[in-house]
Ligand binder design. Structure first.
Ligand code: NAD
Length: 311
């Protein structure tokens, strides 16, 4: 079984480490595992305030993950690269597919090349967006892939390239296909429905649901995503893994739970559905369970409570 304690005291690099998921990963690596953590972030979406720079074993570099010289020089100094940096917005990718390609596909190629040159383990953030409209649910890794946005297509390229580097160059490379991640410090518009609903419920304004609300999602807490990254870094396995909870909830039920937990009197209203929105999403996580020892630990109800209590 994979033992994340093997990572203790090692030097690692987290790209996008000032963002939502990256900053939680940095925190766990630097505090619980006492790693020396290099962070690259261009602050296009994250914030340096998300990282505890006074910690002593975190070194922040404001820079572009697509810079090969920067990546090469840092890769030489670490044992694992966690690549989280991305342009994380479906809408932004639809508006500017070229920028999405540069910031997602090209930046990941740079990271993988740096890993290949230095034979460094690499864990890459992929996404459930690669599957598009699922034909069967829960979605297994072998499900067909028809992304519905430039973001999804770029993530599919990233995912496949990571697997190819594992096979072709014998690189220790893993792609993690995150489903809908939530937790403290989530910003922006991507999969932020929980943050948006919490804010709307607390302000007592309307809780706005896109479409009829019967669409489902698999919401996974950021702490479980962090754990999956650590397991992926500690394993000898290569390949791609779904990381979710294996359960789904409708957006209507989610809105009800958030209303209840915040004791909110906000009205629930329905607006036009989001174009291209998928109907159901739920991860089959059996491969990650079997091969990585991944087990989601935070149920949605508990995750929502801690998120709301922390505000
Ligand atoms: P985020 O926007 O909070 O974090 C991404 C970080 O990367 C930001 O801090 C941003 O400033 C930085 N960044 C972007 N381009 C960069 C570049 N070229 N060089 C350096 N830094 C750059 O987003 P997040 O939700 O934390 O997402 C992290 C990863 O997880 C992404 O790869 C994303 O595609 C993936 N993902 C997220 C979700 C989710 O639900 N949040 C779901 C599936 C996949």
């Amino acid at each position: 079984m994979t033992d994340t304690a093997d990572l203790a005291g090692s030097s690692v690099l987290v790209t996008g480490g000032a963002g939502f998921i990256g900053s939680h990963l940095v925190e766990r690596l630097a505090t619980d595992l006492n790693c020396y953590v290099f962070v690259i972030d261009d602050l296009s979406n994250g914030s340096a305030e998300h990282i505890q720079l006074d910690h002593g074993n975190i070194e922040f570099v404001q820079g572009d993950a697509a810079s090969q010289p920067l990546l090469n020089s840092l890769a030489e100094q670490v044992e694992v690269i966690f690549h989280q940096a991305a342009l994380v917005s479906v809408e932004a990718s639809v508006k500017d597919p070229v920028e999405s390609h540069q910031r997602n596909a090209e930046a990941t190629l740079t990271v993988l090349e740096a890993a290949r040159m230095t034979d460094t383990r690499v864990v890459v953030a992929s996404s459930a967006a690669i599957y598009g409209h699922p034909e069967t649910v829960p979605i297994s890794e072998n499900h067909s892939k028809h992304p519905t946005s430039p973001y999804g297509l770029d993530k599919l390229t990233i995912d496949q390239r990571t697997q190819l580097y594992g096979e072709l160059y014998d690189l220790n490379a893993v792609a993690l296909r995150y489903f809908n991640v939530y937790g403290p410090r989530q910003t922006g518009d991507y999969a932020g429905v929980i943050s948006v609903f919490c804010e709307q419920a607390e302000q007592g304004t309307e809780i706005t649901i896109e479409g009829d609300g019967e669409q489902t999602r698999d919401f996974v807490h950021v702490d479980d995503i962090v754990q999956a990254n650590l397991l992926a870094a500690a394993t000898e396995k290569t390949g791609a893994y779904n990381i979710g909870t294996g359960t789904e909830i409708s957006i209507n039920k989610l809105a009800d739970r958030i209303k209840y937990l915040t004791d909110s009197s906000a009205e629930v209203t329905h607006i036009d559905p989001r174009e291209g929105d998928i109907r159901r999403s739920c991860a089959d996580i059996s491969r990650a369970k079997e091969e990585l020892g991944y087990e989601p630990t935070i149920e949605l109800e508990e995750g929502l409570k801690t998120l709301i209590d922390a505000k």
